[in-house]
Design a protein around this ligand. Structure first.
Ligand code: 26W
Length: 820
């Protein structure tokens, strides 16, 4: 009856409360007096999941109907990483039942925020690239584009970071330990993936030459589906992540006859494939398991796409009419060879036709300019794991190089530079080259980055296929990064311009007329002040550092990397510290410096920078002369959840990478959307943020890309800056002398020596311009009215950086699909 329906779908506080108690009892096996906080969280999560079900099922129904009419193309986003963040709060927001649920929990005597806080987020990514994939999933659902996200269900995601004695310590992530109420395993939709072995060439019945791949082993991929609901509940797409399991095939049994232990060992080996996320944001050359991971999820995903097509009566020859697939960096780029294999070997499609389908299907997004970060696999290893794919790569390359030689007759150097095989020393398969050849579109993630791709990293490919190259500047979802994470600001904004901005971010422009309104400014400041208060509490609880919410919150949160130059930020802190020690009476705007971010476990220099930040914090925070003027805090374990508490509280956003190094950045957008002003270089998307918010509302400093190149060409000598700049010298000498390390002059020697001798990221060249710019920041912060005005204008002009805009551009330019 009525009651039964409501218990699964009703959205009044009473319905939700009733459903919650029901789930607590029947799904969790508890009654309130026996329930732990996790029981309560699980019961609420199931309650919310029930409310997604109807939309999720409806979406699959619609797929069926639309697919049958051949009227839609489905977007498949292939990514080795996704960072969705906690689901509960976001689903409440997108379902539009946040307030009702809060009331329901209140009725029962529970605090909703506490239950939301109980969720461990799926940390299935390293940083920007994985988070971008999740922002795109949110936007695809919100702007109503039928889509699948395909990836890997790592049992252990990115490590949890603890700080002990100032050093990073990595703790195994256990996101699945208390259960994951958001995923549905679909064992019946498993796929088999072959590995290793050899190939056999033979003639089929009609005398055509065919190839058989005789693998050394087979593993099974089990899909786990998570619903991704759009804002307003428009549609509910699916994030489909693959887990590896052992198969017990006949050959396998044979192989292991009488050897039970060996059989179990094989099982363990199979399941290793999806055990752990590689915690580096740069590839390591030659890690066999990494290549297997990449191939595993790509093969499962492509086979799944073909399976769905078959179920709907589509032949593999129409693959490209039903699907478009985006490769999130080169990690899934083996898809080019795998789709060729599936079409040619397994579905009997002619090579030329298969190649046309493959190119039509794939687009490739590049996320890095560092040439050393472009993935390549030793040919030997590649052939050991994927013998058939190596043959296919060679055949693609043979045909491609014919084309190259036709376009550039006699230019063998051009051919060698373009080749899918690097033969300059040890032989490697160049995955970015495979992607450029096998895709119909290649794009960078910010204007500057896309230009640099064309003129540098992929110059030869641009010369060969200029029409393939595009730019799609990144964006972030305003649902999670404003409405959910900053409810105070969202309410203030919606109070004056309505809530249309949540799906039409350009509408934030309507805030411009309020930028000078003193009453509105006052409210704006109050929101920021309350957010800072919350962050101060978090900092105190997590680090023991007490910070003043009235001070300027100067924040840098992102992965630790030399190119991102967290240590340049530290040099500024030390410079202020030295100034205050020398001139105690000097008038300085009180600042709180907040850092957060993980270092790759094997990246010693990045870990030393964390130690430096904590060492400087230790001295600055406890010096009585500095008290109340400067505070430094390193917030451990920066992730999506912490990010949601950090961005809303920032006054100043640090985006200080050396120009030409940061492909885009997306944290820069999250800060600015939440009313922080940016101090930054002309790098990545900073360039476009400054264009949008206006040069007068952005603190710019530092070398430009061409100046960096020029300086490098002239011969960059960091020592010259050290010798001629007393403030820089003092800062460096303080570190070197052991001032921040209890007299231990050895501790930071590797860092200081590297800066003095090479300074690859030109901190010394940008030091003085940075300090001068920071002084302008301080001066500007004293004028709170004007600062608030700039803050409002930053938010008002951030419309462009919605991931909705980015996804629409992919739809128009690259995928050729129309939002439904
Ligand atoms: C382990 C191999 C590996 C290699 C590279 C893992 C992850 C990567 C990524 C390319 C690193 C990454 O996250 N790149 C960032 O992508 C963001 C989204 O486009 C950009 O905003 C950042 O500038 C870029 O560094």
């Amino acid at each position: 009856g009525e009651k039964c329906r409501n218990i699964r779908t009703g959205s009044s506080p009473d319905d939700i409360a009733q459903a919650f108690l029901d789930n607590l009892y029947y799904a969790q096996g508890r009654i309130p007096v026996l329930a732990t906080r996790n029981d309560l969280y699980m019961a609420l999560a199931y309650t919310v999941r029930d409310r997604l079900a109807a939309r999720w099922v409806a979406q699959m129904q619609q797929f069926r109907r639309a697919e049958l009419k051949k009227s839609i193309k489905v977007v498949c986003y292939l990514s080795a990483e996704f960072l969705p963040g906690p689901h509960l709060g976001n689903n409440l927001l997108n379902l539009g039942i946040y307030d009702e649920t809060r009331q329901a929990m209140e009725q029962l005597g529970y605090n909703l925020e506490e239950l939301i806080d109980q969720e461990t987020e799926p940390g299935l990514g390293n940083g920007g690239l994985g988070r971008l994939a999740s922002c795109f999933m949110d936007s695809l659902s919100t702007i109503v584009v039928p889509a699948f996200g395909y990836g890997i269900r790592y049992e252990f995601g990115i490590f949890d970071q603890e700080i002990r004695d100032g050093w990073q310590v990595e703790i195994t992530d256990k996101w699945l330990k208390l259960g994951n109420p958001w995923e549905m395993p679909l064992p019946e939709l498993c796929q088999e993936v072959k590995l290793g072995g050899h190939t056999e060439h033979y003639q089929d019945g009609q005398g055509r030459s065919r190839v058989r791949w005789i693998p050394a082993g087979v593993v099974e991929g089990i899909p786990y589906d998570t619903p991704i609901l759009g804002y307003g509940g428009n549609i509910c797409n699916t994030l489909r992540l693959w887990k590896a399991e052992a198969v017990e095939s006949f050959d396998f049994q044979d192989f292991n006859v009488g050897n039970y232990y060996a059989a179990v060992e094989e099982k363990v080996k199979s399941e290793t494939i999806t055990k752990v996320l590689y915690p580096n944001d740069e590839p390591e050359i030659g890690k066999m398991l990494r290549l297997i991971q990449e191939y595993f999820f790509v093969s499962c995903s492509l086979q799944d796409m073909i399976r769905i097509g078959k179920m709907l009566g589509n032949s593999p020859e129409c693959f490209d009419q039903r699907y478009v697939a985006q490769l999130n960096d080169t990690h899934p780029s083996i898809a080019v060879a795998e789709l060729m294999r599936l079409l040619v070997d397994e579905h009997d499609v002619a090579w030329e036709k298969a190649w046309e389908i493959t190119q039509n299907t794939f687009g490739y997004t590049n996320h890095t300019l560092l040439p050393e970060a472009l993935e390549k696999w030793p040919v030997e290893l590649f052939g050991q794991i994927l013998p058939r794919h190596l043959e296919i790569v060679y055949e693609i390359n043979r045909r491609f190089l014919d084309q190259v030689r036709l376009a550039f007759p006699g230019d063998e150097e051009q051919a060698a530079r373009l080749s899918l095989i690097d033969e300059s020393g040890c032989r490697y398969v160049r995955m970015a080259h495979l992607a450029c050849v096998g895709c119909h579109a290649v794009n960078g993630v910010a204007k500057l980055h896309s230009e640099l791709l064309k003129s540098e990293v992929l110059r030869d490919f641009h010369e060969m296929f200029p029409e393939k190259f595009h730019n799609v500047t990144n964006g972030v979802t305003p649902r999670r990064w404003m409405a959910l994470s900053n409810p105070r600001l969202a309410a203030l904004i919606s109070g004056v311009i309505g809530d249309g901005w949540i799906t039409q971010l350009d509408e934030l422009r309507k805030l411009e007329p309020f930028a000078d309104d003193p009453a509105f400014q006052e409210k704006w400041r109050r929101v920021k002040r309350e957010n800072k208060n919350d962050l101060a509490t978090l900092i105190l609880n997590r680090t023991g550092v007490a910070v003043d919410p009235d001070s300027l919150f100067d924040i840098q949160v992102k992965r630790l990397h030399e190119y991102k130059r967290q240590h340049l930020n530290v040099l500024h802190i030390i410079t202020l510290y030295a100034r205050l020690k020398r001139y105690p009476a000097s008038d300085c705007v009180p600042r709180t410096f907040v850092f957060g971010g993980k270092a790759a476990p094997g990246y010693a220099m990045a870990k030393l920078i964390i130690k430096l930040i904590n060492s400087v914090a230790g001295v600055v925070n406890t010096d009585p002369d500095i008290r109340g003027r400067l505070n430094v805090a390193f917030l451990p374990d920066f992730n999506v959840k912490t990010g949601q508490q950090v961005y809303p509280a920032a006054d100043l956003s640090e985006q200080i990478s050396l120009a030409g190094e940061e492909a885009s950045g997306t944290g820069n957008m999250k800060f600015s959307m939440n009313g922080a002003l940016t101090i930054g270089t002309l790098d990545g998307a900073n360039v476009e943020i400054r264009e949008e918010v206006g040069a007068e509302n952005f603190f710019l400093f530092g070398l430009k890309v061409d100046e960096v190149e020029e300086l490098k060409a002239r011969g960059y000598d960091p020592r010259k800056y050290y010798d001629s700049n007393p403030a820089l010298r003092e800062a460096i000498d303080l570190i070197r002398s052991g001032h921040f390390s209890g007299g231990n002059a050895q501790l930071f020697a590797p860092l200081v020596d590297l800066l003095m001798q090479r300074d690859n990221y030109m901190l010394f060249a940008d030091y003085q311009p940075y300090i001068d710019c920071q002084d302008r920041v301080s001066a500007a912060f004293r004028d709170q009215q004007n600062w608030t005005r700039m803050s409002i204008l930053n938010v008002a002009r951030m419309g462009k950086f919605s991931s909705d805009r980015a996804v629409r551009e992919y739809c128009d330019m690259i995928w050729k699909v129309q939002p439904v």
